[in-house]
Design a binder for this molecule. Structure first.
Ligand SMILES: C[S@@+](CC[C@H](N)C(=O)[O-])C[C@H]1O[C@@H](n2cnc3c(N)ncnc32)[C@H](O)[C@@H]1O
Length: 303
């Protein structure tokens, strides 16, 4: 398809603004790693490093920085900062883990959500960071080490077959399921993101997403929380995957607050109708908050 994003015109209330935002480069954002530094201390370090910054507004720990290479600054090397797209901070905020929780991150590499979850857990409890890709796992290990995580256990498996056996068979309190996807929402960061786009790929990855989300639900305890996220707009990978989980498992979609401009999840697409509660999921388009694109749904497992 020449223009994969054109198919979203019917679901967008300001299609021109959406297309214009997709053409603009993405602001550079870092998250303060509160395991190693307070926001005040990290801000002072940025000043000392000669890097201008501005809070993004909705989350005190996220700072827009005026350098293209935040990874080259000393506060970053010290593990006080993590370079992370603004919307990528959404799943851990929505998951909202407590210190001491048991949390599952089935598609964890290179570790944006893992390091954020660990910080929200005050580095206490158990955080299982899994991925199937060995190369990406080494990036995760290096990020976890740089950020000073001690509550993380790293595993390598296909998340569709994840085993609880090494963890005593006990289900998790929470999971953040940040699945592989067609990455349409990363177009501002990576202009080549859509070069290999095809509906066949979308349908193929949607099958994997369904398997990963299903297994994450199965290994979460009754009453636990499962957050599902992608950085793509494709309803086949978003609402359709959650709709499948709602049909197959004893889970429900719950409302959540997010201080960003969002649009409700879709309840129909391309002749398919989804569970009416899908409107509790949130879509984030680039023109709404000057960010990348994102989808996030919060599920609760029946108690
Ligand atoms: C969107 S990325 C995850 C990004 C990560 N959560 C972060 O915030 O840094 C998706 C990840 O899923 C992994 N993956 C793909 N298929 C998988 C599978 N079947 N089981 C586990 N991980 C898988 C990929 O290697 C990739 O690292």
């Amino acid at each position: 398809m020449d223009d994969p994003l054109a198919r979203y015109e019917p679901i967008l209330d300001d299609y021109e603004a959406f297309r214009a935002a997709c053409e603009r480069p993405l602001p550079q954002v870092v998250r303060v790693n509160t395991i190693k530094a307070t926001v005040v201390r990290a801000e002072r370090a940025l000043k000392e490093a000669g890097v201008g910054y501005e809070p993004v507004g909705w989350n005190d720990e996220l700072l827009a920085v005026d350098t293209d290479k935040p990874g080259n600054t000393w506060p970053y090397v010290h593990g006080w900062l993590y370079g992370q797209e603004e919307v990528s901070a959404v799943p851990a905020v929505v998951c909202d883990p407590d210190p001491g929780d048991r949390v599952f991150d089935p598609c964890a590499a290179p570790g944006s959500k893992t390091t954020h979850l660990a910080a929200l857990m005050d580095d206490e409890g158990l955080l299982v960071a899994n991925d199937s890709n060995l190369g990406r796992l080494s990036a995760l290990r290096s990020n976890a080490e740089r950020c000073g995580l001690t509550n993380v256990a790293v595993t390598k498996s296909d998340a569709r077959n994840f085993s609880l056996a090494p963890f005593g068979g006990e289900g998790f309190d929470r999971a953040v399921v940040d699945v592989p996807c067609s990455c349409e929402g990363t177009i501002r960061k990576n202009p080549d993101a859509l070069d290999e786009w095809s509906l066949d790929h979308v349908d193929g990855v949607a099958g994997i997403q369904k398997g990963i989300l299903s297994r994450a639900i199965e290994v979460t305890r009754p009453g636990g929380t499962v957050v599902y996220s992608t950085c793509t707009f494709a309803p086949e990978e978003n609402e359709a995957v959650v709709d499948h989980a709602l049909a197959e498992h004893d889970v429900e979609l719950v409302e959540y607050d997010l201080p960003l401009s969002t649009r409700a999840g879709l309840t129909s697409w391309d002749g398919e109708t989804y569970n009416a509660s899908l409107n509790r999921a949130k879509r984030i388009y680039p023109h709404l908050n000057d960010t990348g694109g994102f989808f996030c749904a919060k599920l609760e497992v029946a108690a």
